[in-house]
Each structure stands twice: as C-alpha cells, then as structure tokens.
Design a protein around this ligand. Structure first.
Ligand SMILES: *Cc1c(COP(=O)(O)O)cnc(C)c1O
Length: 314
C-alpha cells in the first residue's frame, strides 16, 4: 500500500507521534488501568487533565488572567449560536464581517437572536477581503464578528479561529472572544475551545441553553456535561509552541504556493495575495475557472499516489 498523505481540512491529519501517545494511553490512561474514554469527567484523573490543558492553552496563546478558557460541545458551529446568545443582549445588535462561507453562516445563525448588521459589501465569490475602509461598522454593536486575525478597536471583537487556531501567535488581549472547533488545527472533532474576557460574561439571553451559556460553563469549569476528551495541545507545546507552528505553516504553504506561481497558469489560486491562507490553499487546474476533466484526472492521479482528500471547498 502506498503511504497516505491526508490533506483533509478537518478532521485534519494528526501528528504520527500523537497517534503513538494515544495508542499507549488509550487502554491504560496514566496507570489508572482504564481508558480515558471511559473515565468520568468528574474523576480526579480528568480534573487534572482539564486543569493541565487549560494551563497549556494559557501558555501557548499567552492568555491574560482576565480571560476564561472553556472546552465546550458543539464544535465551531455551536459557537455560531453561542456568540449571539451570550452577547447580543448587550445592545441588541451585532456587526458581522462576512468574508467567506463560514462568516456568512455565523451571521445567519445570529439573526435568530437579534439584529445583525453585515458590515462588508455583498460579494458573490469570496476571493479577497474587502478593504476595511468600506466596512460599515456600528459603534453601538454588541460585538463585531470576524473570521480572520484582523484586529479592530471600539466594540468587543469576536473571532472564529476554527481554521487557524494555534498556527501563529495572536494578541489575545485585542479580542473579546476567540473560539474554534478543534478538528482543524488543535485536535479531534467534537470540542470547541472558547476564550472569553470576563467582562463579557453574564450577558446571556434568557433563552440561552445552559450548554451554550459561557457563564454557566465557567462556573462548571467546562464539565457541566460530559466533554469530548482528545486534543493535541501538548504536542504543539512540545514542538516549540506557536512560533514554531507559524514557521512550519509558512514553510508548508510556500511549497504549494510556489508551485502554483511557477506553473504558468496551469494551477490557478483565485484568492487575492494579501488574503491568502497558510492553512487552506484553494486552487483550480487548467484555467481560472478550472477544467473539470483535468481536475478529475488530477484527483485520481493524486489518490493513486496516496494524496487523499485534496478535493475541498472551491
Ligand atoms: C470548519 C469551520 C467551522 C465549523 O466547525 P464545526 O466544528 O464543524 O462546527 C466554523 N468556522 C470555520 C472558520 C471553520 O473552518
């Protein structure tokens, strides 16, 4: 069998070393004689892990003391609902910077709970980020929601970092809330990591389900209900933290971007250079619009070489 290289955006490839650790720990976690998967979330074993992992997040992202760290169910999209449910009551309105499919979904979800103002001009295709001077921000908004690492001042900034969490250093103190599903960059599916500034707690709408209520979950230290239990954060720290992750992301993505640039248009990257991702590299083959037959052949050839899940979001 050929060696498989998994390019899936999420659930994404995990480091080989992590598989080895999981294999060892799966049946006998820390000499407890049982698996972590069957360990009570209220046991000393799990409480120790819960505390430890929060400390790793705090160290990796240099999270200030006035921010709480939560591990919640529902993944990234659970937070699409949790963000307005926890914050929109502050003024009844929220600003959404819509720069792609995910932020469009987040805005749509938020509309169920209050007035949503989409600050960016409507575009059919998301091939760049509209210049910030064109954004129509509302100074009275409860928060501004983005799906990048851009920073804005004024009202609390809420960032969906699902697809680039822990890939580089960020200044957490510039954000009100940072959230993301784990399966793209920091672990396996099922858990969302939420980092919330303390002054943004206690604003949940009365209809907010407890399971999505950050304040209730802070009080319960993220074990209000049974949490999913895998993450890869310790591996990231052991490899040199986020400086190293950023270096690797640049190195890996440059390998692909360079081939695209040097292909004389055979491979075509539609996203504007100043908005290109080091995590996901969408490209077409044959021409700017893509040649269906060539793309099919490319995917077939890639799979024969063990390069799988290359067909992603266009
Ligand atoms: C994948 C992704 C999501 C959705 O995550 P789920 O955990 O599947 O709900 C949300 N936002 C961004 C930016 C993503 O990449």
């Amino acid at each position: 069998m050929v060696k498989i290289h998994n390019f899936g955006a999420g659930p994404a490839k995990l480091p080989e070393e992590v598989y080895e650790i999981i294999k060892k720990e799966l049946t006998n976690y820390e000499n407890s004689g049982i698996s972590l998967l069957e360990t009570s979330h209220r046991s000393g074993t799990y409480l120790k892990l819960n505390t430890e992992i929060q400390a790793v997040v705090r160290r990796l992202l240099n999270v200030p003391d006035n921010y709480k760290i939560l591990f919640l169910s529902g993944g990234g999209q659970g937070e699409f609902a949790a963000v307005p449910l926890n914050l929109i009551s502050r003024t009844g309105t929220a600003d959404y910077v819509v720069t792609g499919a995910w932020s469009a979904k987040a805005a749509k979800e938020a509309k169920k709970y209050g007035k949503v103002n989409v600050v960016t001009p409507h575009t059919e295709r998301y091939e760049g980020i509209p210049d910030q001077s064109t954004w129509k921000l509302d100074p009275n908004a409860s928060y501004v929601h983005i799906c990048t690492n851009e920073t804005i001042h004024g009202v609390p900034l809420v960032a969906d970092m699902s697809s680039n969490f822990m890939s580089k250093k960020v200044d957490v103190s510039k954000f009100g809330v940072i959230y993301g599903g784990a399966q793209k960059n920091i672990g396996t599916s099922g858990v969302a990591l939420v980092i919330v500034r303390e002054d943004l707690l206690n604003h949940a709408l009365p209809i907010c389900p407890s399971i999505l209520d950050w304040t209730v979950n802070v009080k319960a230290d993220s074990i209000l209900n049974t949490p999913p239990m895998f993450a890869v954060l310790q591996w990231i720290e052991s490899k040199g933290g986020l400086e190293k992750m950023a270096e690797l992301a640049t190195k890996k993505s440059s390998l692909v971007y360079n081939i695209i640039e040097e292909s004389n248009g055979f491979y075509y990257a539609p996203v504007a250079k100043n908005a290109r991702s080091k995590m996901n590299i969408p490209f077409r083959i044959g021409s700017a619009k893509g040649d269906d037959a060539l793309e099919k052949e490319f995917l077939k050839g890639a799979e024969a070489l063990g390069l799988i899940q290359l067909k992603g979001h266009r």
